[in-house]
Ligand binder design. Structure first.
Ligand code: SF4
Ligand code: SF4
Ligand code: FES
Length: 317
């Protein structure tokens, strides 16, 4: 047995205020964080709210922040987050409103999942039992299919912290499950890719990698987002800020050996989109005032021809 010090973030729905509360419990050496929380709820404080069901890393309902990162509390061993008896800080999922204590409101999470229309739109006539897909075609989707909809990735997504319009890693990983399905019609696939290329979709991810690190099922949502980007570009959906941004980035690195930051924003917005350019004038003025505007003088770096050669080789492939 060992003593666990828990610092739990509690939220009172009546006052809408949060505060941390400390608990100390005795648990088995092999206990998970969820076991410690349940021990508190059962024997010390029955007012502590926590959501859980399977206790086997299957249902996804016990996702919460443990020491600042989203985890499934039932598969997180106390010994892994508190090897020397350190206090374990437990909070509800991030990027979600708390309902009570460790229970977060998952309503917006499910709304985003519904937004990507998570169902197959097949072209073949309805079969007697089920649509069959070749095994090799489905191999690529296994990662995305493993998602248990726990919300850990959404909790720690850095873009959702600042832009609630972003569809988010879980829903986009779910979208990939259908974009990559060979039974989907071409029209439905194109419609998906067109929708996902808009503001709030695939191009808003900043590749911070956080969702990959916290996902307990190795879905690697960021990789799935990159898969959808590749599919969208290959299908010709190039008229968006994300594709222009990546083109501008690649162009300047290819020709000069480094990134021309001065051109990046205007080229990403589209040089002919005057309205979009004008919207950024106040931001540009603030950046100038703070001395944060990159230099317009962008010179070719020594050895840039080697970078150009690498690009040429890759483009040939
Ligand atoms: S990689 Fe993209 S989707 Fe994943 S957490 Fe970062 S910004 Fe969000
Ligand atoms: S992608 Fe991973 S972290 Fe995100 S909801 Fe699915 S299982 Fe949870
Ligand atoms: S209780 Fe089901 S995943 Fe943790």
């Amino acid at each position: 047995m060992k003593t666990v010090n828990l610092k739990v973030k509690r939220f009172d729905p009546a006052t809408r205020k949060s505060k941390f509360q400390d608990y100390q419990v005795e648990v088995d050496d092999s206990a998970a964080v969820l076991d410690a929380i349940i021990e508190v709820r059962e024997y010390q404080d029955e007012t502590l709210a926590v959501r859980c069901s399977c206790r086997s890393a299957i249902c996804g309902s016990c996702a919460m922040r443990v020491n600042g990162h989203a985890k499934l509390a039932c598969m997180t061993k106390v010994s892994s987050v508190s090897p020397n008896g350190e206090t374990i800080v437990v909070e509800p999922l991030g990027n979600a409103e708390p309902v009570k204590d460790l229970v977060a409101d998952m309503g917006p999470f499910w709304a985003k999942v519904k937004q990507v229309q998570p169902w197959l739109k097949p072209s073949l006539p309805a079969p007697d039992r089920e649509y069959i897909a070749p095994q090799e075609a489905m191999q690529d989707l296994v990662g995305a299919v493993n998602c248990i909809m726990c919300g850990a990735c959404v909790s720690d997504c850095t873009v959702l912290e600042v832009d609630k319009n972003f569809i988010g890693p879980a829903a986009l990983a779910k979208a990939y499950r259908f974009v990559g399905d060979p039974r989907e019609t071409q029209t439905a696939r194109d419609e998906r890719l067109s929708q996902l290329s808009k503001y709030g979709g695939i191009w808003d991810c900043t590749h911070c990698y956080e969702c990959v690190q916290v996902c307990p099922k190795d879905v690697a949502p960021m990789e799935r987002i990159l898969d959808i980007r590749r599919a969208a570009v290959a299908a010709g959906f190039r008229d968006n800020n994300g594709t222009r941004h990546s083109d501008s980035f690649a162009r300047s690195v290819k020709h000069t050996g480094s990134l021309d930051e001065f051109r990046l924003l205007p080229e990403s917005l589209g040089l002919d989109d005057i309205a979009a350019q004008l919207k950024f004038v106040p931001t540009a003025l603030r950046a100038i005032a703070k001395g944060k505007v990159p230099s317009p003088l962008h010179h070719k770096r020594p050895g840039a021809e080697h970078v150009t050669r690498i690009f040429d080789e890759m483009e040939k492939e």
